[in-house]
Design a protein. Structure first.
Length: 94
């Protein structure tokens, strides 16, 4: 039995992507912007400290998962496409 690292990373990143994109659009920011740039200074004021920390942790996790996936597929665009497809349910293969 082999472990499909690309599939595992894609699935994990897609789950986090879905959670975060329900809060605010990820497209222009993920991986290239800080949490504060992504969410904006006014948006996260509505969250309590624990919720904000959880969002920050998830944002950082998604950025790390995307970086690992990018290393495996040798393309930032392909890594993003895989995660987007999985998050939206269209599930393209690597």
């Amino acid at each position: 039995m082999t472990i499909d690292s690309i599939r595992l990373l894609t699935d994990s990143a897609a789950q986090v992507w879905q959670r975060l994109s329900a809060i605010h659009a990820l497209e222009p920011c993920i991986g290239s912007a800080s949490f504060d740039d992504w969410l904006g200074p006014m948006e996260y004021l509505a969250f309590d400290q624990a919720e904000e920390q959880a969002l920050r942790r998830d944002y950082r996790l998604l950025a790390n998962l995307l970086a690992e996936l990018e290393t495996l597929v040798h393309s930032r665009e392909q890594a993003l496409a895989l995660v987007r497809a999985e998050a939206t349910g269209s599930g393209i293969s690597a």
